[in-house]
Design a protein around this ligand. Structure first.
Ligand code: DUC
Ligand code: ZN
Ligand code: ZN
Ligand code: ZN
Length: 512
């Protein structure tokens, strides 16, 4: 067998099976064989994976990187309601810091957003700008969705087609909330209808903008403006109404839709009901909705760490319903919705607040999003697979195979000959020392994690057990890539694997 790398004796996990004691032979970043005792020439590099789960590399289908950088000019014309921070306050992750963080957590492909703002007439310069931001700066494979905030005639009649044909991009996102982004139902109908004609999937952020606005006014009138009240301003019913409306608009246009960051039982039930009626309705949820509760949110400004939209919910019933939705097939993908802004900005401003009234620290001016691209897979492995809530097969389905299929990443998402050799290894539990997460362990450029103090019972790693290595090298992750595939771009082809130095290694020692 002609190969340049063999992974030996792992338990390979697919959406349907676990094949114990299997080898994977890899050549030039592609899997060339899967089988038992695969013979290869002497000298071929081997990785021993005895007793380890070997899963396809994670595909994170919802990641915001360089969030506001490409559209700086267009942003000047946009109303600021806290959904978009002032550019001076921008401290999110770039393609470099975000993708190194992804890889360090076992994710080998991210689908990120190129964002069109109101001031942009066309989509094409926005897509070009994001390609520039990502090129040469990404440690893993990446692809794009396009956020549409100005569905101009140019967009509807020309750009969507160009986006598909010239850039291989087949998904858009629309917002039903935020002044700066929200589209009226009329415009969403126009977009869904055009998207359907072109085979584009429309992702929907479902929250009722007017209802949120109305709630915020009432909270403000009572002086309830600390970050703690963010959740109160966007109750589950606000998400449910918009979810139902999105499903209805999709039905009217006969267009496939994906409800992103679903956070409640009521929304999950509406989606399940639509799916039962054979509508092409897909759904995503995120680890923060499965694992965090609003009661963890602190009074005072520390609560800003947990501000995301939809908000972290109050009820275990919502969490249980989302886990149930993973098991009954409601959710095709679990994504991070990595959309972070630093809590303490180096210029002394707090999470984008100072351009409004800094003394006020009003929750409505806090950008809505959390970091999570690195913790997504390990959280779902620890709290899902090892806690017995989901099987290893379901884990693979919602973290890799599902999103790869949904977004047309044809050579990703499973371990089989002909597929990209993007592989994540989870060493056996008995060899892993559980640890409590601190933000310093992560590779993002953000100064906090909402999962601080969570205990992790495993983390993706590679064990060179026959080679003497410094102890911290025990933790590594295989990452192989394949460039220039239709939708996928990768820009650092010289890497054949990437070290993910886990546990107490300072960022300055890290090769990323
Ligand atoms: N929606 C997202 O998908 N991400 C961050 C903020 C938001 O509203
Ligand atoms: Zn959203
Ligand atoms: Zn998002
Ligand atoms: Zn790859």
């Amino acid at each position: 067998m002609n190969a340049d790398l063999v992974i030996r004796n792992g338990s390979i996990v697919t959406t349907s099976d676990i094949w114990p004691c299997c080898d994977i032979a890899i050549l030039n970043g592609t899997i060339v064989a899967v089988g038992i005792n695969i013979p290869v020439s002497e000298g071929v590099r081997e990785i021993q994976a005895d007793g380890a789960y070997v899963t396809p590399g994670g595909v994170d289908s919802h990641v915001h990187l360089s969030l506001y950088e490409a559209s700086a000019d267009a942003l000047k014309t946009v109303p600021t309601d806290g959904s978009i921070p002032n550019m001076d306050d921008y401290t999110g992750d770039t393609y470099e810091t975000g993708t190194r963080s992804a890889v360090a957590g076992g994710t080998t492909t991210v689908i990120t957003f190129a964002s069109q703002y109101r001031g942009d007439d066309s989509l094409i310069p926005v897509i070009e700008e994001y390609h520039k931001l990502a090129t040469g700066s990404s440690y893993c494979d990446y692809a794009f969705h396009v956020i549409i905030s100005n569905p101009s005639q140019l967009v509807l009649q020309q750009d969507l087609k160009t986006m598909v044909e010239n850039y291989g991009i087949t998904s858009i996102k629309v917002y039903m909330t935020y002044n700066a982004m929200a589209l009226k139902d009329y415009h969403i109908l126009n977009l869904m209808s055009a998207a359907r004609e072109l085979g584009i999937l429309t992702m929907v952020h479902a929250e009722n903008a007017d209802a949120v606005h109305w709630m915020i006014e009432r909270l403000e009138a009572k002086g309830l403006t600390t970050p703690y009240y963010h959740g109160a301003s966007r109750p589950p019913i606000v998400e449910a109404e918009a979810t139902y409306r999105a499903i209805t608009l999709g039905q009217l246009t006969d267009a496939p839709i994906l409800l992103v960051h679903v956070s409640t039982k009521s929304s999950a039930e509406l989606i399940k009901n639509a799916q039962t009626n054979i509508l092409p309705v897909y759904a995503e949820t995120c680890p923060q909705f499965l694992l965090l509760l609003d009661s963890m949110n602190k009074e005072g400004f520390e609560g800003a760490k947990y501000v995301c939209s939809p908000p972290i919910r109050e009820s275990v019933t919502d969490q249980n319903s989302l886990w149930q939705g993973i098991n009954n097939g409601t959710f095709s993908t679990i994504a991070s919705d990595h959309a972070p802004v630093k809590l303490y900005h180096p210029n002394g401003k707090l999470r984008g607040l100072a351009h409004k009234n800094p003394a006020q620290k009003n929750f409505q001016y806090i950008p809505k999003g959390l970091p999570g691209v690195e913790t997504r897979l390990p959280l779902l492995f620890s709290e899902g697979v090892l806690a017995g809530r989901i099987t290893p097969q379901r884990f693979v389905e919602v973290t890799s195979t599902g999103p790869a299929r949904l977004f047309g990443l044809e050579r990703k998402g499973t371990i089989a000959p002909g597929f990209d050799a993007d592989i994540t290894i989870w060493y056996p539990q008995e060899t892993f020392q559980p640890f409590k997460l601190t933000n310093e362990m992560l590779h993002h450029a953000i100064d906090y994690t909402p999962f601080e103090g969570f205990e992790f019972k495993n983390w993706p790693s590679l064990n060179f057990d026959s080679i003497m290595m410094p102890w911290f090298f025990r933790s590594m992750l295989i990452w192989q890539h394949r460039a220039n595939e239709n939708r996928i771009s990768t820009t650092l082809p010289e890497f054949s694997y990437v070290a993910s130095m886990r546990i107490p290694l300072s960022k300055t020692d890290c090769p990323f």
